[in-house]
Design a protein around this ligand. Structure first.
Ligand code: ADP
Ligand code: MG
Length: 140
């Protein structure tokens, strides 16, 4: 197994409800290390660029508006198979389908307001980390 890094975002529905610490505990309990983290407010333009891959989907406008509505916490998680492990800890996109004990099962409000983002593959993880963090901010 390889040590990987993945990009995580604690979304506005969760920062608004003061859940950053509870969500971070889920990552740490699963063996993921938070090696970089910052709280920022995305502009609609930045949120639109980050989610450009979904630009033709019917929910794109709603997603961009939501992600730019309030602060988010962007973070880099590191660990063995961090990309897949984080997806496991997050749970299914739709919280109604998420397994017990996952972040989305416990905290998500809906399919759109589902508390966390996580990269889905090594190439996207690399791009998404570079979208938010410079090399100097990644100390490991
Ligand atoms: P995931 O975040 O699990 O990787 P996707 O990449 O498919 O899921 O979608 C990105 C985000 O877009 C989701 O996390 C969710 O916030 C939003 N989203 C996805 N599908 C829908 C939908 N049908 N209705 C509203 N929002 C959606
Ligand atoms: Mg995705």
């Amino acid at each position: 197994m390889a040590t990987e890094r993945t990009l995580s975002i604690i979304k506005p529905d969760a920062t608004r409800r003061n859940l950053t610490g509870k969500i971070n505990a889920k990552f740490e309990d699963a063996g993921l290390r938070i090696v970089a983290q910052k709280r920022i407010k995305l502009s609609a333009e930045q949120a639109g660029k980050f989610y450009e891959v979904h630009k033709d989907r019917p929910f794109y406008g709603e997603l961009v508006e939501f992600m730019a509505s309030e602060p988010v916490v962007v973070q880099v998680l590191e660990g063995e198979n961090a990309i897949a492990k984080n997806r496991e800890v997050m749970g299914a996109t739709n919280p109604a389908n998420a397994d017990e004990g996952t972040i989305r099962k416990e905290f998500a409000l809906s399919m759109g307001e589902n508390s966390v983002h996580g990269s889905d593959a090594p190439e996207t993880a690399k791009e998404e980390i570079a979208f938010f963090f410079s090399g100097l901010e990644l100390v490991g």
